[in-house]
Design a binder for this molecule. Sequence first.
Ligand SMILES: Cc1cc2nc3c(=O)[nH]c(=O)nc-3n(C[C@H](O)[C@H](O)[C@H](O)COP(=O)(O)OP(=O)(O)OC[C@H]3O[C@@H](n4cnc5c(N)ncnc54)[C@H](O)[C@@H]3O)c2cc1C
Length: 409
Amino acid sequence: MSGSEDVDAPVIIAGAGPTGMTAALALHARGVDSIILEADPKDRERPGSRAIYVHKDTLRTLENASPGLGQRLVENGMIWSTRRTLFRGKEVFERTYPDPGGDGDLPHFTSLPQVWTEEYMLDAVEDADIDVHWDDAVDSVDVEGDVVRVTTESGEEYVGNYAVGADGAGSQVRKEIGGEFSGTESENSFIIADIAEDEDNPLMQERVFHYDHPRVDGRNVLLVPFQGGWRVDIQCKEDDDPQKMTEDEEISELVAQTLGERYRDRVEWVSQYKFKQVVADRMVDDDNRVLLAGEAGHLFAPFGARGMNSGVADVEAAASAITVALNADVEEARAAEIERYGITRLKAAEYNKDAAGQALEYLQGDSYVTRAKKRLAAKAAPYYEPAGEWLDDAPYGPHGGPPVTIGQY
Ligand SMILES: Cc1cc2nc3c(=O)[nH]c(=O)nc-3n(C[C@H](O)[C@H](O)[C@H](O)COP(=O)(O)OP(=O)(O)OC[C@H]3O[C@@H](n4cnc5c(N)ncnc54)[C@H](O)[C@@H]3O)c2cc1C
């Protein structure tokens, strides 16, 4: 069922973040053209390392959408081999994998700054001759019969058969289809900093979680390596002033105490967050023509790395649904395909929110019982490995992704 009116492209995508660019590539791989409309100018600077941990399913989707793209992330990423956990200065768990990436054509994961991932995605988008209109934010989205009219702030109108809202947390497309976020926000603030690696004398590539780190007044600290640097994630205490902790001297001191003195002046970016745990009340519009994906539809705390990874899983499913819908012979079948996308990806988002929520609850859990459980596990760890493994695992929530979806997340 193709549109009765001429369209600029079958699909109009709002947003050239990782979700929007993957949507365009996944559609292109299925022979469906799209146009991307992006609010920012092309020479924008994107902040921080953000989604460093890229799961194998995401690499697979990218590789299928644009052969070579998943491999390019792997070639430029890093696979760390050791998980280590300390409790008040004492090691309670350590495991080193001889072959952490596994022996498949793609590794279990890779770790690199999101800015690089986006750069490689944009190269793939340009190689595929997909049009990106920069510096022109989507303003309105209207469905009329079998077409969607997308108008931008410059007054341009783009007509497609479908629209994908991949325009991030503040999504205008979500507002246009009457979608609303609901959920919670973390009680604690977190300081997140990117630290440049000392290339002449790099640290061991290991992911370290330190409970009640004695050198930073007993705060929890997570250190994660990525190609070229380190993510330092510090959980603030209730009476901390997070804004003050991001000031030059304060963050440099925190970094010197957690990564080592030689990292003191290597802070490249720092910010403070309270993490939102929210999901939209709908992932598609009433007419089954407009689909939300990525942070336009859901926001999770980063523990478990479900943000960008689930956005990529959304658009793999969206591209598949749109392709089937474009070829459907009857309206009911067309609409049902998009509706199914909305139902399954909403369920996936709820699952991911709950999984990230478990990690957050565990990290923030300050009740006597929770603290006693962590202390007991730390005491038992030298004699009973599962206790140490529990301490190592729990800050990331359950393994794996939602059931009944394409891809893992
Ligand atoms: C500190 C931090 C750490 C994180 N760590 C991780 C992690 O370890 N793992 C992980 O998986 N995720 C992580 N994330 C989340 C990850 O960065 C996001 O999930 C990811 O960027 C979402 O991609 P997106 O394309 O859906 O949205 P965005 O990246 O927000 O992209 C949306 C795009 O839409 C554009 N846009 C906005 N409004 C409009 C409009 N009206 N019209 C057109 N375009 C518009 C924006 O300019 C932007 O380019 C982290 C995020 C932060 C902030």
